[in-house]
Write a protein that binds this ligand. Structure first.
Ligand code: PGA
Length: 255
């Protein structure tokens, strides 16, 4: 169950899906339903090419709009990359960092993560820093070690005063897009490891402000159950965030 001091955060990661028209339709539908947002924070992480349009449609609503990746320099010879300031300029207010697809498919090393998190904080883009173990790592009982290593990299340049602007997403790689979700015990244990590690790194008080989301095959049928797990403050949703009829029941998991 989420802590009263931490507003539940439901985030949709569209990845490389939808097209411009369907993106805008989805934003309009969710915006209409959200009203003033109330007691939860909702955000979409859209393909960068649609961000300006999506952010323009979301304007005037509490819907957060973010990019799915950034490079950490503010300009320079980085063909194909986007600087944090560029996302800000077109209306994004947040960004995903270290998503497992970036790490696994595109080979992003852990060593980049600290600079990416720092660059996003310095540009006022709220980062969701994604971490999680592969199936082989879990089978080899290395889950805790992997999570701590990823946390160490991401927090390399994080100060205690930054902590409240940071969100962590625990996404076991084997649960992403597979229909398989981690068990209650697995989620609980991972979130406990993450919070304990953070408390040692930035102190108890700052840690109390950091939301830890779960991601990996979240659906309307399991959202409520996952949100009830100790220390789960929100959800990072891929496939089920692509349509209003699957994403709305997740946003409204407790209704
Ligand atoms: P999924 O993706 O919900 O489709 O498993 C989650 C994610 O990758 O963020």
């Amino acid at each position: 169950m989420t802590n009263a001091a931490r507003k539940p955060y439901i985030a949709g990661n569209w990845k490389m899906n939808l097209d411009r028209a369907r993106s805008l339709d989805l934003i309009k539908t969710i915006k209409g339903r959200l009203g003033d947002g109330g007691d939860r924070e909702v955000a979409f992480f859209a393909p960068a090419i649609y961000l300006a349009d999506v952010a323009a449609v979301a304007q005037g609503s509490p819907l957060g709009i973010g990019g799915q990746n950034i490079w950490y320099d503010s300009d320079g010879a980085f063909t194909g990359e986007l600087a944090p300031r560029m996302l800000r300029e077109v209306g994004a207010d947040r960004v995903l960092i270290g998503h497992s697809e970036r790490r696994q498919v595109f080979g992003e090393p852990n060593e980049w993560m600290g600079r990416k998190v720092r660059a996003s904080l310095d540009t006022d883009l709220l980062p969701i820093y994604c971490i999680g173990e592969t199936l082989d790592e879990r089978k080899a009982n290395r889950t805790d070690r992997v999570l701590k290593k990823q946390l160490e990299a991401g927090f390399e340049q994080v100060k205690t005063v930054d902590a409240h602007r940071l969100t962590i997403a625990y996404e076991p790689v084997w649960a992403i897009g597979t229909g398989e979700t981690a068990t209650t015990e697995q989620v609980e244990a991972a979130h406990r490891t993450i919070r304990k590690w953070m408390a040692q790194r930035v102190g108890e008080e700052a840690t109390g402000t950091v939301r830890i989301l779960y991601g990996g095959s979240v659906k309307p049928t399991n959202a409520k159950e996952i949100m009830a797990i100790d220390d789960v403050d929100g959800l990072l949703v891929g496939g089920a965030s692509l349509q209003a009829d699957t994403f709305l029941p997740i946003i409204e998991y407790d209704r």
